[in-house]
Design a protein around this ligand. Structure first.
Ligand SMILES: [Zn+2]
Ligand SMILES: [Zn+2]
Ligand SMILES: [Zn+2]
Length: 472
């Protein structure tokens, strides 16, 4: 009956008699909750003794914010759903979940949840990190050591939300660095101080309770969470994160992939596509997850078989890949012209050859010793001019043909000669749409023209011994 449905719609649960009112004037404390051991330990500590951390006894000034990346392990989500959210709900702690609205910053931040009775962590928002990687045909970039994924999907979203929420009011930002991460905390403080100075006000003050109040290192944190919740917490990170696999965690990571073959297959698919478009960009730099799993073959058989089955069913496309490089600056230019090159010489964009360095050394022989000076060679001699320095790389990917794996293979197999002529590269799974777009930042491939990935069977069998399982 419609009337019943209507009634149900408005049958809201009874409000708890006392919803904590946020204290006026007091700065809020924001804990960015990454679902891991460190921030979970902080939540438990805050709940146990709010006053010790400068919080109101009813926790009305605490906001727990979780930025959803969309690629979190399902067992991490379940851990928090079962063991942590009920505690937050029982104390009516304001819990907010946010996610990127889309690929562009202009798509904004979506508030998925903002409640004092949290029930579950969202699996994904409208735009996942893996969507972004799939669309770009790449894997998270390790180069430069910056975790662009967490900057775009966590840091950026949290900052945008905080700016909307607090306006110009200062707040306290809680970060879960543990006692073993003092240097990271110091770096973070320095960055925040710079932001505050640039803004001409206190945007927020960082607070690291695990260091400042408790002096707990990682082992202590894990033991504490285990003791309080009765279950061992697993590391929280996106399944495709290349930083997750330090040597120590390799076995645990592989074990988790085996526990979640569908996730493993999706990650391998991302990597396959990325390598098809540029064999140099595997999950761990030039080293691939596939290769790593294949090395420990018998145990990982089910995972790899699942991936091969998915690959067989995935839509394939033949792509035309073009790359261009903007000219870069040479080391000489950086040394002698500093941050900005205002008086360019030929050796600013073109590297000097060994011959030039040997024949046209640059320096002054003072009686006290040798002092280097800027190169004076005019570069008239061709032999002085080496390679052009490469700057930022851009890539364009255009779909030339779409179909099943077999059809695509037939199309591109019309002859090696033809492949050579058009410079096509084969890639798996749909990446960008038909229009040609240039995207920044892909490493230089070893060979730019054609790359043919060998059938998986053979790559699996020789992956153990040789590094040649990729390009041929
Ligand atoms: Zn990541
Ligand atoms: Zn220069
Ligand atoms: Zn020279």
């Amino acid at each position: 009956m419609v009337a019943t449905a209507q009634t149900d719609l408005f049958a809201l649960p009874d409000l708890p008699p006392t919803v904590p009112a946020e204290p006026p004037g007091k700065r809020r404390t924001v804990l960015s909750y990454g679902l891991g051991a460190d921030s979970t330990a902080i939540i438990l500590k805050f709940l146990a003794d709010p006053a010790a951390y400068g919080l109101e006894p009813d926790l009305s000034d605490l906001v727990v914010v979780h930025a959803v990346t969309g690629d979190e392990w399902s067992d991490s989500l379940s851990f928090v759903d079962r063991l942590v959210l009920p505690l937050l709900a029982a104390r009516q702690v304001r819990t907010v979940q946010i996610a990127r609205g889309g690929r562009r910053d202009a798509d904004g931040v979506l508030v998925l949840d903002d409640t004092r009775a949290p029930q579950r962590i969202w699996e994904a928002g409208p735009w996942r990190l893996s969507d972004e990687l799939r669309a770009a045909g790449t894997v998270p970039q390790m180069a430069s050591g910056r975790r662009t994924c967490s900057i775009r999907f966590k840091g950026w979203a949290l900052d945008a939300w905080a700016a909307f929420e607090f306006g110009t009011a200062a707040f306290r930002r809680v970060i879960g660095y543990h006692a073993g991460e003092r240097s990271r905390a110091e770096k973070d403080t320095a960055i925040q101080e710079k932001i505050n100075a640039d803004a001409g006000r206190i945007v927020c003050e960082p607070y690291y309770p695990l260091i400042d109040a408790d002096g707990m290192d990682r082992a202590a944190v894990e033991a504490y969470v285990h003791a309080r919740l009765g279950e061992r917490i697993r590391k929280s990170y996106c399944a495709q994160c290349p930083f997750s696999v330090s040597c120590a965690a390799k076995d645990r990571h592989e074990e988790r992939l085996r526990d979640h073959p569908e996730t493993a297959s999706a990650v391998l698919m991302l990597e396959y596509t990325s390598q098809a478009l540029n064999e140099k960009v595997a999950l761990y730099g030039e080293r691939s997850l596939y290769q790593q799993l294949a090395e420990d073959m018998p145990v990982n058989d089910a995972v790899l078989t699942r991936f091969e089955r998915d690959l067989e069913r995935a839509p394939f496309a033949l792509y035309e890949v073009r790359r261009l490089y903007l000219p870069g600056r040479t080391k000489d230019c950086r040394t002698w012209h500093g941050k900005r090159c205002s008086s360019p010489r030929w050796w600013c964009r073109t590297k000097r050859t060994a011959k030039c360095r040997r024949g046209h050394w640059a320096g002054i022989d003072l009686r006290s010793g040798w002092v280097d000076t800027a190169p004076w060679c005019e570069g008239y001699d061709e032999a002085c001019r080496g390679e052009q320095a490469k700057g930022q790389a851009w890539r364009s990917v255009r779909v030339a043909f779409e179909g099943t794996r077999l059809e695509t293979e037939m199309h591109s197999c019309a002859g090696a000669a033809r492949r050579k002529a058009c410079g096509c590269v084969r890639g798996a799974a749909p990446t960008s749409s038909g229009r040609t777009t240039w995207t920044p930042g892909t490493a230089t491939p070893r060979q730019t023209r054609t790359w043919w990935r060998p059938p998986l069977e053979s790559s699996r069998s020789n992956a153990a011994g040789s590094r040649k399982s990729g390009p041929r």
